[in-house]
Design a protein around this ligand. Structure first.
Ligand code: FAD
Length: 419
């Protein structure tokens, strides 16, 4: 069997794989990406966060993304009945990027992969990793192309950015159970011709609370197409009869916020369903490999954290791989696992607070404290490593405490009004 020799093999040409490949390549190492699919390919995950821009910039991708003319994103809006909470990233507490993009991932991922290829990193499309043998930190990976031809890649290090493919966790039994409840998404791209009838600015995404535990994403693209998806527990969708499209249209009709604008809307593709996406892995690194992006842990789409965590984990991992290849010592637990989990766990607290209703109390409070709103806005912008932000540092307690204070204050206010 033919064997190719590289310094670093990257599995997957999504955001995690391409960011890692670019940074390692720029340090002078021979990198190769193996990607199972032919690009462009559909993948969900269309709303980015400002923090991802730092990693995309270091990877040298910003100009190529700009050239795609994607819709700029400057904030996020939450809606519940008549109540509204609008976050503008300009108001965030943590200094950093205050905007990003809303992207069609097929085009976004292709732009990143084409850019990294043009820098000199070969990308083998329609090629699947089927097996890996480690000998210390050196490895030999078996790959198979679409014609069934097998070959091998010998590498000094592997970066696994295979997303939902979860290559290394599957091959080496590293999969763990998520502590989040299984949820389902039903979504499509819509020809949003009545976009102008609403006061929605296209430069932000909207999350609409439909019922407790059920919410809708609305992500406008620059093309006039809008991504719209429903998320809830799997049983919620079962009450609607018929095909996925029947369910989708019934749901659009059931929610006052979407009813008029999306009634009889033309769909770009039939609604798709995804389910039980939350996953985790017992170990994010090992002798000769590191996991990045969704392979490490994926939580939930509510705060658009997926691509940002993918880019930032890849950026961090790439620098450590370079250190390791230079022969320097790397403390993977301290330098990789801990910061990655810091980001994941901060978002986990927000995801849990969203589904428990704690964030409803905070988001829809009238006249919020601007400092607190800015601190929460920073988390929603992806700045989940800023320990000077109390809503990052104490992510597991701060939201509950704030919601409790709001509830008590409102109770006191209404009882003093009665008196
Ligand atoms: P991916 O983008 O999945 O890329 C992995 C690549 O690896 C793929 O191209 C795949 O083909 C390849 N691969 C897999 N197996 C193999 C193999 N054996 N050999 C070779 N290649 C392989 N995130 C956001 O940031 N914003 C959002 O609005 C958002 N919405 C979401 C909505 C839903 C319903 C869900 C489920 C997720 C959402 N996400 C969102 C998360 C987002 O989809 C992921 O976090 C993101 O795509 C992760 O990037 P990645 O590079 O880790 O993996």
């Amino acid at each position: 069997m033919k064997t190719e020799q590289v310094d670093v093999l990257v599995i997957g040409a999504g955001p995690a794989g391409t960011v890692a490949a670019s940074i390692i390549h720029q340090a002078g190492y021979k990198v190769k990406i193996v990607e199972k699919m032919k690009f462009p390919r559909f993948v969900i995950g269309e709303s980015l966060l400002p923090r991802s821009m730092e990693a995309l910039e270091e990877a040298g991708f910003i100009d190529a993304i700009k050239a795609q003319g994607f819709q700029e994103k400057s904030g996020a809006k939450f809606v519940k009945g008549d109540a509204l909470c609008d976050f503008t990233f300009e108001q965030q507490f943590t200094p950093g990027w205050t905007w990003t993009w809303q992207v069609t991932r097929a085009d976004f991922d292709k732009a990143l992969a084409d850019t990294v290829e043009s820098m000199g990193v070969p990308v083998s499309y329609e090629t699947t990793v089927t097996g890996i043998r480690f000998d210390g930190s050196d490895s030999v990976t078996t790959i198979e192309d679409s014609n069934g031809n097998k070959s091998e890649i010998a590498a000094r290090f592997i970066v696994d950015g295979s997303g939902y493919g979860r290559v290394i966790p599957r091959l080496f039994n590293l999969e763990g159970a998520s502590n989040l409840q299984p949820r389902r998404a039903l979504f499509a791209h819509t020809f949003d011709e009545r976009r102008s009838m609403v006061t929605d600015q296209p430069n932000r995404i909207t999350a609409v609370v439909h019922k407790p535990g059920v919410w809708i994403w609305i992500i406008p693209f620059a093309t006039g197409v809008t991504s719209l998806g429903f998320v809830g527990e799997p049983e919620f969708f079962d009450q609607y009869p018929g095909t996925d499209e029947d369910k989708y249209r019934a749901l659009l009709e059931a929610e006052p916020y979407t009813r008029e604008r999306f009634r009889d809307v033309k769909l770009v593709f039939e609604p798709k369903t995804l389910q039980s996406w939350s996953a985790t892995t017992s170990k994010f690194y090992g002798d000769g490999f590191v996991l990045t992006g969704n392979v490490t842990e994926f939580l939930d789409p509510i705060f658009s954290s997926g691509v940002t965590l993918a880019c930032v984990s890849a950026q961090t991992a790439a620098k450590l791989v370079i250190k390791k290849l230079k022969g320097e010592a790397v403390d993977w637990e301290k330098e990789y696992m801990e910061p990655t989990m810091q980001g994941v766990n901060t978002f986990r607290s927000y995801v849990m607070a969203w589904y428990e209703g704690t964030l409803d109390t905070i988001f829809f409070k009238k006249d919020p404290d601007p400092l607190i709103k800015g601190q929460i806005c920073s988390v929603l912008a992806g700045y989940v490593w800023d320990m000077s932000n109390p809503f990052v540092k104490n992510h597991d307690t701060a939201l509950k405490r704030l919601a409790r204070t709001i509830e008590l204050t409102e109770k006191l206010k209404s009882s003093s009004e009665i008196e």
